[in-house]
Design a protein around this ligand. Structure first.
Ligand SMILES: NC(=O)c1ccc[n+]([C@@H]2O[C@H](COP(=O)([O-])OP(=O)(O)OC[C@H]3O[C@@H](n4cnc5c(N)ncnc54)[C@H](OP(=O)(O)O)[C@@H]3O)[C@@H](O)[C@H]2O)c1
Length: 421
């Protein structure tokens, strides 16, 4: 659906012609102008009752973002058009971002000049396009503090990405930041990791992603289990440990000895040194050769081999978050699957095999329910922000420096967070 930006205001709607402000109802509230548009504006095919916007003087038409250039090189790029909104979307003035390995991996693997980088963001809503629908109960308004993650380096939507001054996000995938959660803490929750782990639990491991989902399933909920989260000191590993513990599972993990205490503080029941020559044997002994479910964030040859070795004699499921070598997946009793976090929204991921994912309407419906559970977990303070390093000085150049640290594997047991101003 195309969108338009009426002169003087950011808003959205197909073919909508706005009446002059004096013909519409106009009010001022906390520095925000609320424009009430007549139910049937001239030439509109969409019924809009209320458009919320702030003067475009505060929302520029162009901004700075990190985009891919030739060969996938990531550069801080000025004068990028600010995205226009479609019905049901929010525009967020970005205040803080978190860094993830996909932020450098995507551009390196699929270099496409013009695509916007970055997934995690936290900031303030500056425009709400109509179309949220009363029934959703999402209740976003201009001025709200929000956070979340958006798809990045998106072949079919180049302006989707969080490394930008203004970020567009579909309201159903945005989260309210409670007043007691700073933007830095919201980023340290690691929303992209949370959505990836949720997808891994739901789609591959056959488990509820939240305790609320388990409660709704009642007797039909799968029994709690012992699960190996390989690499538990990684961001995605610490998130997985927390989410599995919230659902009542027993979690075992691997990491370097200097992170043993960290993973236990986040809930791990047992931890093993993945560099120890007896690691696999120790895990098999601990699980009595009955382990069924494994999450491997890395999909490296050594990690795949170890994970396959520790899955018990009856077989199970190997869930990798990175492309792994299928040739190493030799046990017929073990199913293996790659999870692509951005596919959680069910609209498909346009990438070459094996990263491409077809649209999945059922997943789309489930993900909307999951995000309401995600919001509840945040509101109830059940998710703990990861230990983080706030990189300085604020700004996009520091984002690029932080990505170098991730690329060089200089980050252990903490989330890199970068304020933008
Ligand atoms: N599919 C998806 O959508 C998706 C989403 C999120 C993440 N991922 C993938 O998950 C992986 C981790 O991402 P992240 O953001 O969590 O990274 P991260 O926090 O930067 O990971 C750093 C940690 O990983 C551990 N580590 C690194 N290589 C390891 C290895 N070969 N074996 C065991 N532990 C290792 C280190 O543990 P120690 O210092 O304790 O040794 C370190 O603490 C990346 O490969 C990323 O691409 C995929």
């Amino acid at each position: 659906m195309s969108s338009c930006r009426p002169p003087g205001f950011i808003a959205a709607g197909q073919g909508l012609l706005f009446p002059p402000a004096h013909q519409a109802g106009q009010s001022f509230h906390d520095g925000v102008i609320l424009i009430t548009v007549p139910a049937n504006p001239v030439k509109s095919s969409i019924h809009f009752d209320l458009i919320m916007a702030i003067p475009t003087a505060e929302i520029p038409t162009s901004h700075t973002a990190i985009l891919q250039h030739a060969g996938g090189e990531l550069r801080v790029t000025p004068n990028v058009p600010v995205p226009e909104l479609e019905p049901g979307w929010l525009l967020v003035h970005n205040k803080c971002v978190a860094l993830n390995p996909c932020d450098f991996k995507m551009a390196a693997r699929f270099p496409t000049p013009g695509l916007q980088d970055g997934v995690d963001f936290a900031g303030v809503v500056v425009a709400v396009a109509p179309g949220l629908g009363q029934a959703t109960g999402l209740g976003f308004a201009v001025g709200d503090r929000v956070f979340g993650c958006v798809p990045s380096n998106k072949q079919d939507d180049p302006e989707s990405g969080s490394f930008a001054e203004y970020v567009k996000v579909e309201a159903i995938y945005a989260l309210h930041a409670p007043a007691n959660l700073s933007f830095e803490q919201a980023m340290a929750l690691s929303p992209a990791c949370i959505s990836t782990v949720a997808l891994a639990l739901h789609q591959v491991l056959g488990l509820p992603a939240t305790p609320y989902e388990a409660q709704e399933l009642g007797d039909k909920a799968p029994a709690t289990d012992t699960i190996l989260v390989y690499g538990g000191s990684s961001s995605v590993g610490l998130v997985a440990i927390q989410m599995l513990k919230l659902c009542g599972h027993r979690v075992i993990t691997t990491c370097s000895p200097h992170n043993f205490d960290l993973v236990q503080r986040y809930g791990a029941d047992a931890v093993f040194d993945y560099r120890s020559p007896t690691c696999a044997a120790d895990i098999k002994a601990y699980t009595k050769n009955k382990l069924k479910r494994v999450i491997d964030p890395f999909g490296e040859a050594a990690t795949t081999v170890l994970c396959y070795e520790v899955i018990g004699r009856a077989g199970g499921i190997y869930c990798s978050l990175e492309q792994y070598r299928e040739a190493l997946c030799k046990r017929k009793a073990v199913r293996h699957h790659l999870v692509m976090g951005p596919s959680i929204i069910g609209r498909g991921v346009l990438l070459p095999e094996p990263y491409g994912v077809p649209p999945d309407p059922e997943l789309h419906e489930w993900s909307k329910r999951f995000y309401r559970g995600f919001q509840r977990l945040v509101d109830e303070g059940k998710l703990r922000p990861l230990e983080s390093e706030i990189l300085q000085p604020a700004g996009f150049h520091t984002v690029l420096e932080g990505l170098e640290l991730l690329k060089e594997k200089k980050v252990s047991g903490k989330k890199l967070v970068v304020p933008l101003a």
